[in-house]
Ligand binder design. Sequence first.
Ligand code: PLP
Length: 285
Amino acid sequence: MSRIAYVNGQYRDLRDATVHIEDRGYQFSDGVYEVCEVRGGRIVDLPKHVARLQRSLGELRIDMPMSPQVLKIVIHETVRRNRVTYGIIYLQITRGVAHRDHAFPVNPVKPSIVITAKNLSYAKNQATAARGIGVITVPENRWPRVDIKSVALLPNVLAKQQAREQGAYEAWFVDHDGFVTEGASSNAWIITKEGAVVTRSAESGILAGVTRKVLLDVIASLQMKFEERPFTPQEAYGAAEAFVTASSQIVMPVVTIDGKSIGTGVPGPLALKLREQFHGFSAFS
Ligand code: PLP
């Protein structure tokens, strides 16, 4: 079955789905994106993703190309046309097409929008969670506005590649003060030997993850101890458990950091419990 993309008002076969070479997303990374999980053909926590999308666009002064209501319809139609039951949707909005000039176009242009949807292997994702992933730490070298879900991801790309070359799956950025900020494409968490779940505040240094936000509800409802504070790689090495969160992975246990085994060296029971409980707390649409 061929894949279908929504591109600026049309559903196109992926092979024919194109954007203009002077799109500012292509030339300047002048755009934002969202990734949502699809489960049972439904979108997980879509209103939270749309709210973050609107915020990211607002920070960059890019208009929403359509209302949230219409966007929801288009997303569902893209999922339907691609027959996605379990997988992800990817949505990207850029400032639009204009002759190359760093400053915003003098005459306003229409933002460009692309939406794709694809099936993923649920079994493979579950198998990865059962094994756990490895993480490396790398120096933070991103711009301070990581709260904007911008398509400018070069430091993330390089960090992820470094992780892969070192046999790991994810890279955690470490800031100038020696604290972990977040992963190249996920938020970072540890669970202390005392059973406290720890992650840093979304006030600065990280993207306010939708999965992070929903997981806070899970943690509260399970009456688990929670500490919102930064942690160092050294503290993480000695933690009972560690995990990352992202829409495409939900709660993914971490079993090594910089080659050091975390806890018992296998996915921790609390991380697995949080993973299991997660969808009871998310909204499906
Ligand atoms: N941090 C970064 C840098 C990310 O790229 C992502 C997801 O792509 C996240 C955190 C997790 O965000 P969410 O849970 O909304 O997917």
